[in-house]
Design a protein around this ligand. Structure first.
Ligand code: GUN
Length: 279
């Protein structure tokens, strides 16, 4: 049976480190979360982010715009937050309604306040100079922290990332590459996916289709990071079929694995953004 790699103790270590750093600051960093529309998952995530920020002792504000809001209105709000010296972190919850161009919005956020790490300047810094130079995307940064905490070897390992999103797959590949893994990125057009995933000593699945990762797709003894979180009725299900736990040596559970790390790293980015910008 695979050892389960839980996120909570790692997230708690991040929060403890942040509490120490906050105690030494002469100001209280602030996080501004923007949500457009009423997507239930986005509502829940935004509420969670704001609550955890306050619990840590940050200031946090949620800006809720209606589903019908124009792109210009959203851009105007971002401009005002960019210009406000009291604002340290800005996050626009994705996905946005179809009539708004996500790229315009992400590129409008001041890179030094871009706590999601989705601005092209931060993306470029991650790929060209590695993590820790700009602000890095929270979910893959949390996964790297989780792997380090549980002493999962990365350097020299064959890593396969399934999923090529800007939120998880691509930045995950950049971070694993910077950590000296040999990285392949698989996606919906990959031929014979199972042959590739069976090569992986470290397998990161960010697909969002419950149970698609079958035991036969996993190399015996592999470390599997399950980033899929899909709500099915009352339950949260990962990408990994339950049988994967019989094949993998270590596995992040859903819920309780990667999930807690994402918010922890968002707050980490917020404190870091504040420290950098305010000197
Ligand atoms: N939607 C799903 N994941 C994320 C994330 O990490 N950040 C934002 N802004 N939206 C998301």
């Amino acid at each position: 049976m695979a050892e389960l790699l839980y996120g909570a103790p790692v997230a708690e270590a991040v929060y403890a480190e942040l509490a120490d750093r906050l105690a030494g600051l002469p100001y209280t960093p602030s996080l501004h979360v923007i949500r457009v529309g009423e997507d239930p998952a986005s509502l829940a995530y935004v509420r969670l982010k704001a609550r955890r920020a306050r619990r840590l002792g940050l200031r946090s504000t949620v800006h809720a715009l209606p589903e019908t809001a124009e792109e210009a209105e959203l851009l105007g709000l971002i401009e005002a937050l960019n210009a406000d010296p009291e604002v340290d972190g800005i996050l626009v919850q994705l996905p946005l309604p179809a009539h708004i161009a996500t790229a315009h919005v992400l590129e409008a956020i001041a890179p030094e306040k871009d706590v999601d790490g989705f601005h092209p300047l931060n993306v470029g810094r991650l790929w060209s100079r590695g993590p820790g130079v700009g602000l890095d995307p929270c979910t893959p940064a949390g996964i790297m922290r989780l792997l380090a905490h549980y002493r999962v070897p990365v350097a020299g390992r064959r890593a396969v990332v399934v999923g090529r999103s800007n939120i998880v797959g691509k930045p995950m590949a950049a971070m694993l590459l910077a950590a000296d893994a040999t990285v392949a990125v698989a996606h919906s057009r990959t031929r014979d996916l199972a042959a590739l995933t069976r090569e992986a000593e470290l397998l990161v699945s960010a697909v969002g289709r419950p149970g698609y990762l079958r035991p036969a797709m996993v190399r015996p003894g592999a470390v599997v990071v399950d980033v899929g979180i899909t709500r099915v009725g009352e339950r949260l299900l990962g990408d990994a079929d339950p049988g994967v736990a019989e094949v993998a040596s270590r596995l992040t559970p859903v819920p309780g694995g990667v999930g807690p790390m994402t918010v922890a790293m968002l707050l980490w980015n917020t404190v870091r953004a504040a420290e950098r910008r305010r000197g």
